[in-house]
Design a protein around this ligand. Structure first.
Ligand SMILES: Cc1ncc(COP(=O)(O)O)c(C=O)c1O
Length: 458
């Protein structure tokens, strides 16, 4: 057999990877997983402290999920949900999601990925505004540093330059407002509450300048994930609601990362006090064992969609694999596992070990801020602790710390110079201790590599 590294380089484009570097480094190839551990091609064992891409919530060898998929594959491997056809797992999953929702929701639409859930939400926002006689109300607000996926619509909402440049994105009608990061943007002497008020005033100002009659919806992650685990300042969403209500703007909670216990509550919306009109979820919905996402919508929105059918004759949206029975069966089993194993409570028990353990590094010369909630954390590296000056990106500090951690058996993700942590929900207290210890060693190893003026210790 050919060398798989060479084959990969010759044949495969990897998402969110540097294509030039990949030709030199090749891929890290995983061969199997067991609980929170994954094993690479060479037999090295790692704790996956990011659960893949914040998603493999039940770890890598959950027999109940494997059985659920196998049973459903044998019984009915596929049937569409278009044209009023259905299947039992999709029906049961939709009901279960509605029963779990953080605020009353009326109906569920299924997709295959977070990006598709966001695309669907965007289309429904436009459809809704047209049907209620507000065809001018079309612009959508999202936030810099927010991440909503990479399809044309989702990438447009994403507030990261690397997702736009040379792709002719964002599309028209998207407004990016500031990322509410108190550590980075709070003024000297300003309290978190004052900072939140300033953020919301700036959003209101933007709405007024754009014309409230042109703004349809505000999309936000409860806690930003890929932007570097940014927890909003206290009272941010509470204050935002007032403004959105005043100007008749919908709120869409992107719970693709935060949903299903990740932040210590069932939904991130509950952790940060969001009251959304629509909710997207994916990732931990099926513990990533099968691709599935869901969009929940309020009754007000559903009633408008219904009247659209009278007009158009059909609800003209959906995918071949919407409500795929195998994906739905695995998602249903995932939700049952969360409940049967009391995993949301387990998260509340073990999360302080991660949050407090990482906060021990606040005094480390390389560390600027440690932030997060539940099993979701970010550790930001800075060159100068006093001024919060970042490192020269060319030093690739985040990637260096992550590489050191990897050699010691822990996978973390470096998003720029922020290391992010989102371990499987099944992680134990002692495995968290191991992760924290390895990160401490990786920080020290990286520190010792730096020379003179690369670090300004203050
Ligand atoms: C908050 C959020 N929304 C949407 C997405 C897009 O999901 P997908 O990659 O499944 O399209 C992601 C992916 O990481 C995400 O974190």
């Amino acid at each position: 057999m050919n060398d798989p590294h060479q084959q990969d380089i010759a044949s495969h484009i990897h998402p969110q990877s540097n294509l030039n570097n990949h030709e030199h480094t090749g891929p890290m190839i995983m061969s199997h997983g067991e609980g929170v551990h994954v094993f690479d091609h060479a037999g090295n064992k790692y704790i996956d402290a990011v659960a893949g891409l914040w998603c493999a919530s039940l770890g890598y060898s959950d027999q109940a999920l494997i059985d659920a998929a196998t049973r459903q594959l044998k019984q009915l491997p596929y049937f569409q949900t278009s044209a009023s056809k259905s299947n039992e797992p999709a029906i049961e999953l939709a009901s279960r999601l509605l029963a779990m929702a953080p605020v009353p929701m009326s109906k569920v639409l299924f997709q295959n990925s977070g990006s598709e859930a966001i695309d669907t939400a965007m289309k429904l926002v436009w459809y809704y505004q047209n049907i209620r006689g507000k065809p001018m109300k079309k612009k959508i607000i999202s936030r810099r540093q927010g991440y909503h996926g990479t399809s044309v619509a989702a990438a447009s909402l994403t507030g990261l330059a690397g997702m736009h440049k040379h792709f002719d994105l964002p599309i028209a009608g998207i407004i990016h407002v500031d990322c509410p990061h108190y550590y980075r943007s709070g003024n000297k002497g300003e309290t978190e509450l004052e900072y939140a008020s300033r953020c919301i005033s700036a959003i209101e100002q933007e709405i007024i300048e754009q014309g409230a009659e042109t703004i349809a919806a505000f999309f936000a992650e409860p806690i930003m994930g890929t932007g570097g685990v940014i927890v909003p300042p206290q009272s941010y969403f509470e204050k935002l609601h007032g403004v959105l209500k005043k100007y008749d703007i919908l709120l869409v909670a992107d719970e693709v990362i935060c949903g299903f216990g990740r932040t210590g509550s069932t939904w991130g919306s509950q952790t940060v006090g969001m009251v959304p009109d629509m909710i997207t979820c994916a990732k931990a919905l099926s513990s990533a064992y099968m691709p599935i996402s869901a969009l929940m919508i309020s009754d007000d929105i559903y009633q408008k969609l219904k009247s659209g059918s009278d007009d158009v004759g059909v609800f003209g949206h959906g995918y071949t694999y919407s409500g795929h029975p195998v994906c739905a069966a695995v998602a249903l089993e995932t939700l049952k596992q969360y409940e049967n194993r009391n995993l949301f409570e387990h998260i509340r028990v073990v999360a302080p070990g991660l949050q407090e353990g990482l906060r021990e590094f606040r005094d480390h010369p390389l560390v600027g801020e440690v932030r997060g909630v539940g099993l979701m954390a970010g550790l930001e590296l800075v060159q100068d602790k006093a001024t919060k000056q970042s490192f020269d990106p060319a030093l690739k500090m985040g990637a260096r710390v992550a590489a050191h951690a990897e050699t010691k058996g822990v996978i973390v993700r470096a998003l720029g110079d922020t290391l992010v942590f989102a371990p499987p929900f099944i992680i134990t207290e002692s495995q968290i201790v191991e992760v924290v210890q390895v990160i401490g060693q990786a920080l020290d190893d990286t520190l010792h590599e730096l020379t003179g003026d690369q670090l300004k210790i203050s």
